[in-house]
Ligand binder design. Structure first.
Ligand code: NAI
Length: 252
């Protein structure tokens, strides 16, 4: 039976863990060939193996996506291996220490902005020529609840995710006539390592502690992945520039 993404080429960043991993697996299950991009080579390799064992096609590129050389390698590998890039999911991200603004150091600010905002810009810029040549493409960025309003998640993180929202909307307006759509998901609290680590640093060794209660039910990474896959799909052909909250009503 033909699957929705049969033969399509998808890049997912931060695909070794959490939301990105669930997204890579979801695309592969729908027939896509997936490039798994992440810092963590061992975990990225495991995701590739899992996809291949299920009969799918995947390749890993590991490195720091805030570096131009790594970004270029991701775009080049996708085109060499898969011929084109149909879907780009800019998902890799880091959190800061949730410090008050006055306590944020220059390197911390710059690192969070570089990974969360500049890296998606760099990879999108590298991939766009291939989408433009094909006359089609879908970009889905992982923003955050912290991209929609002020957030206790830290000034650098909140600013970076507002930037991701702006980048998404700018792309949507700029490239819609060329067949390229850009949308974002805005996850609320989701059970992944990023949250557990930050939460434990703030509140001690719990799974999901006080910061994340009363904010809607914590999502599973697969629930974020389903929204990302939908936004990249032909079913979403008229959806462009949308920022979709996936947060159990947290932002309602
Ligand atoms: P995660 O920590 O499980 O996954 C993030 C992945 O990104 C990791 O595999 C990590 O190695 C990779 N990564 C980080 N920096 C990188 C870099 N410079 N180059 C390449 N890879 C890098 O966390 P999660 O939750 O799956 O995060 C995915 C996205 O979801 C992030 O953008 C995060 O800000 C966003 N998000 C997560 C929420 C949550 O509650 N988990 C809520 C809102 C947004």
């Amino acid at each position: 039976m033909a699957s929705e993404f049969d033969g399509r080429s998808v890049i997912v960043t931060g695909a070794a863990s959490g939301i990105g991993r669930a997204t890579a697996l979801a695309f592969a299950a729908k027939g896509a060939r997936v490039l798994v991009a992440d810092l963590n080579s061992e975990a990225a390799g495991s995701v590739v193996k899992e996809i291949e064992e299920a009969g799918g096609t995947a390749v890993a590129v590991t490195g720091d996506l805030s570096e131009q050389a790594v970004v270029d390698q991701v775009a080049r590998t996708a085109v060499e291996r898969f011929g084109t890039v149909d879907v780009l999911v800019n998902n890799a991200g880091i959190m800061d220490r949730m410090s008050a603004l006055g306590d944020v150091s220059d390197p911390e600010w710059e690192r969070v902005i570089r990974v969360n905002l500049t890296a998606p810009f760099l990879l999108t810029r590298a991939v766009l020529p291939h989408m433009l040549a094909a006359g089609r493409g879908a970009i889905v960025n992982t923003a955050s609840e912290a991209g929609l309003r002020g957030s206790a998640a830290g000034a650098a993180y909140t600013a970076s995710k507002h930037g991701v929202v702006g980048l998404t909307k700018s792309l949507a307006v700029m490239y819609r006539k060329q067949g390229i759509r850009a949308n974002a998901v805005a996850p609320g609290g989701t059970a992944t390592s990023i949250v557990v680590e930050v939460d434990q640093a703030a509140h001690g060794p719990k799974t999901l502690g006080p910061h994340f209660v009363n904010l809607g039910d914590v999502a599973q990474p697969e629930e974020q992945a389903a929204a990302i896959v939908f936004l990249a799909s032909d079913a979403a052909s008229n959806i462009n520039g949308a920022i979709l909250p996936v947060d159990d009503g947290w932002s309602a």
